[in-house]
Design a protein around this ligand. Structure first.
Ligand code: ATP
Ligand code: ATP
Ligand code: MG
Ligand code: MG
Ligand code: MG
Ligand code: MG
Length: 279
């Protein structure tokens, strides 16, 4: 092992934060500048030579508004590969350009070292996104390198982890409800400013009325992936493993990584899938 007079720079300056034991570890990644410009560096103040840095990822790749289905499926495919790569991720929830990854409570992944866990998740997800892009956008070149930020939060008990996931799904609903109305108005000829003005101060009930009366749309009929976001987890599925001597199928319960668009706020999902957080 190398041992030089410079080793002290590691010994005395590097500190590894270990995440507290017996907590679920959540890593949330989020696409950088998928829509917004960097608010700390307004593009107006920049020389046009640098404006490419602030191109909106979803705009330059012409994502459909308000929901580009292929972009969401790409995110889901990346999340599925995350669960394949990191067995200690027991649940993932994604919406828009973000995904949350829940590591099991007692994980010893990289001895719970925060910077390892965070950096591995962000870099692996980002690589997957670039690698899988062509599978979901065969006719669109990736014109900007996608990049994601990430954070880690620990949740000490079942209630807080349920509430965390409920918080993200409520956020999905609020944003999607608004965006569905906003883009219906814009596509029907209103300017973005007018659409914004129309929706200002409206409640959920008003948005449903607007959708049904002006556009004959029942919000509940919109695709579940847009309304509920996507959950990725290992589901118990019955699979045929072989056939017996008489040609009858022999079935076993296997865990298969599954993507669903169910409600995870109410108790039903968790009652049916108790093993996800308990095993
Ligand atoms: P930041 O860099 O701070 O995350 P951001 O521009 O990425 O800023 P977000 O709050 O993360 O802003 O919002 C992501 C935006 O990206 C959405 O509001 C939406 O405009 C766009 N977006 C992400 N995914 C999709 C999608 N599948 N279809 C259409 N638009 C999308
Ligand atoms: P960890 O995942 O802990 O970083 P590691 O296997 O990546 O483990 P490192 O200590 O980072 O180990 O060492 C990187 C190793 O990768 C080198 O020892 C070498 O074997 C190989 N490697 C990296 N870059 C090159 C290169 N340009 N040419 C040949 N080998 C390389
Ligand atoms: Mg605990
Ligand atoms: Mg973002
Ligand atoms: Mg986001
Ligand atoms: Mg290395």
């Amino acid at each position: 092992m190398a041992n030089s007079e410079y080793e002290y720079v590691k010994r005395e300056f590097e500190f590894d934060r270990r995440l507290p034991a017996s907590n679920w570890i959540v890593v949330r990644i989020d696409g950088c500048h998928f829509h917004r410009y960097n608010s700390s560096l307004p593009p107006k103040r920049l020389s046009t030579n640098f404006s490419f840095l602030f191109v909106r990822f979803s705009k330059i790749h012409a994502f459909e508004k308000p929901n580009d289905e292929n972009a969401l499926r790409l995110m889901n495919a990346c999340a599925t590969s995350m669960l394949e790569k990191f067995p200690d991720i027991v649940f993932a929830y994604g919406v828009s350009d973000e995904y949350s990854f829940v590591f099991r409570e007692e994980t010893e992944f990289y001895q719970r070292r925060e910077s390892k866990i965070l950096s591995l998740c962000v870099s692996y997800f980002t690589s997957l996104y670039g690698m899988k892009w062509k599978d979901f956008f065969p006719n669109k070149d990736l014109r900007e390198p996608p990049y994601f930020d990430g954070r880690v939060v620990c949740y000490p008990n079942m209630k807080t982890i349920h509430d965390y996931l409920a918080w993200r799904q409520v956020d999905c609903h609020i944003n999607n409800h608004y965006n569905t109305c906003f883009w219906m108005l814009v596509k029907s000829g209103k300017t973005e400013k007018e659409a914004q003005q129309t929706l200002k101060g409206t409640f959920s009930k008003d948005k449903n009325e607007l959708l049904s009366q002006q556009f004959q749309v029942n919000y509940e009929d919109e695709p579940a992936m847009f309304r509920k976001g996507s959950s990725v987890y290992r589901d118990k599925v019955e699979t045929k493993v072989k056939t017996d001597d008489y040609g009858n199928p022999i079935k076993r319960i296997r865990l298969a990584i599954t993507v669903s668009n169910l409600d995870i706020i109410g108790p039903e999902f968790w009652e049916k899938h108790q093993y996800i957080l308990q095993e």
